[in-house]
Design a binder for this molecule. Structure first.
Ligand code: HEM
Length: 448
């Protein structure tokens, strides 16, 4: 972030510092921590009941938007019609930044629609300029350093990155105040305001750097930059990928009314249900939501068929070289060679996923009827939506947790149909949203 640049977990190439950083945060992103975390539960409750559901209800208003094009786009005589992509991105950003920074330091893009339009415009416009820095980082750095006046991407891309960095830095500052205040240490403040990730990283970095007291004290400028760089990567990785997956969930469910109504029936079993009348804003237990089989199957099938990061995911072979490929046909690759694998291709293996190009959530139901090897193939050996091994997604449990609540809240209250899905195909990019960045749907009130 800014100058001088500092690495974060994702950008750290060598394994030792990478896993040291990952260890600092693996606890707060572990499934047991996520499922039991009171701050996250309180944040989800506020975001679902006070922001997400009111936004959906507002799409039925006849009042035309007053600010930006990213407002719910109501159409004359067509209440409940709007582009859901922007709302899903806003919701995932609010939840991810809520968990990182605490609710009073995080974003509120659902309610601040001008800010949402500003952010998405900045973020999406840079997408097509990732190629050079990502694929040829040294060459890019060389050109920037030694060839003044020559650029591999337009200047405004740097400016857009700078604005996103500043936006993140503001949240860091607010979370900083929270961490430094006695409240964060004494646990006196409201659960939803606890900056879970920020606080953990703050403690771990200051402990590593100075052997300081676990809390208290101030961070050097360098540590502040490391912290900001790390959380910027998490919020970007977290909102974008989950938003893309949710868009395809809505798109698929809208084309499969049978599965949609099966899901809705299942959601009726939640107690309390995720409907606005639940007082006082109670949400069903995370374990109950996690255990719903149809909801789980819908999410897993979408992660399989529409991986938000379809690949290729690059790796370097170890110095001594290695053998790659199936055991019987493996071949030797020397050390230091860049190789890659693609979730998008692994997930289309017909031997593992029959009728692989079709969206069939039922393949994930009744998994216990399958033999152990087949189950392993489907669930882990060939399932690569979150990667695997040392570089696997650290946020996978948070991602699944938030997606389950968002889908459950949407379909506990509404059914959806497609109004316009032009250019819904995934873009050919590292994270792969719809080419149009748009999915126009119509909401139909499910229960009154
Ligand atoms: C549907 C949602 C998500 C998907 C599909 C996804 C996918 C992935 C994948 C495939 C990788 C591995 C990249 C590689 O192999 O090099 C990754 C890494 C990562 N993800 Fe996620 N992710 C999701 C949500 C999240 C969330 C919610 C967060 C955090 C809040 C997050 C933070 C990260 C980070 C920090 C890394 C780098 C890990 C490392 O370098 O060890 N992701 N993600």
């Amino acid at each position: 972030m800014g100058e001088p640049s500092v690495d974060n977990m994702f950008s750290t190439a060598s394994n030792k510092p990478h896993s040291r950083r990952k260890r600092m945060l693996s606890n707060v992103y572990s499934k047991s921590h996520i499922m039991a975390n009171e701050a996250l539960k309180a944040q989800i409750s506020t975001i679902i009941y006070d922001r997400f559901l009111p936004y959906l209800a507002s799409t039925f208003d006849d009042t035309p938007p007053t600010t930006t094009t990213e407002q719910p786009q109501t159409q004359p005589g067509g209440g409940g019609v709007f582009n859901i992509c922007a709302l899903l991105s806003a919701t995932t950003m609010d939840i991810v930044t809520g968990y990182i920074f605490g609710l009073n330091a995080s974003s509120n893009l659902i309610d601040n629609r001008e800010e949402l339009a500003w952010f998405l415009d900045l973020y999406n416009s840079r997408r097509s300029f990732n190629f050079w820095p990502q694929e040829f980082p040294r060459f890019t750095a060389f050109v920037e350093r030694w060839m003044p006046g020559y650029r591999l991407s337009p200047k405004w891309v740097d400016e857009a990155n700078g604005e996103i960095e500043k936006w993140t830095a503001d949240m860091c500052e607010r979370a900083d105040a929270q961490v430094s205040s006695a409240g964060a240490v004494g646990g006196e403040e409201k659960a939803e305001c606890v900056p879970v990730v920020y606080q953990q990283l703050w403690k771990a970095l200051s402990k590593e750097a100075k052997g300081e007291e676990e809390s208290g004290g101030t961070l050097s400028q360098q540590l502040r930059m490391s912290l900001a760089s790390e959380v910027l990567d998490h919020l970007a990785a977290g909102f974008d990928t989950s938003g893309i997956t949710l868009t395809y969930i809505v798109h698929e469910l809208s084309q499969h009314p049978d599965i949609q109504s099966r899901l809705q029936k299942e959601l009726l079993t939640l107690s309390p249900r995720l409907v606005p009348s639940s007082a006082p804003a109670a949400i069903p237990d995370p374990k109950a939501v996690d255990a719903l089989p149809v909801l789980h199957a819908v999410i897993w099938e979408t992660l399989r068929l529409h991986s938000a990061i379809p690949g290729p995911q690059p790796r370097f072979t170890p110095a001594q070289g290695c053998r790659l490929g199936p055991e019987e046909k493996s071949y030797y690759v020397p050390g230091g060679v860049r190789v890659s694998a693609s979730a998008g291709l692994l997930h289309l293996n017909e031997e593992v996923y029959e009728r692989a190009s079709e969206w069939r959530p039922e393949r994930w139901l009744d998994m216990d009827r399958l033999d152990v090897e087949k189950k392993k193939d489907m669930e882990s050996r060939w399932f690569w939506a979150f990667g695997s091994g040392g570089r696997m997604c650290i946020g996978s449990h948070l991602a699944v947790y938030q997606m389950k609540y968002i889908v459950a809240a949407l379909y506990s209250n509404y059914s959806t149909t497609i109004v316009d899905d032009t250019d819904i195909e995934q873009s050919d990019a590292y994270t792969a949203p719809p080419k149009s960045d748009k999915l126009m749907i119509k909401l139909i009130k499910a229960y009154t």
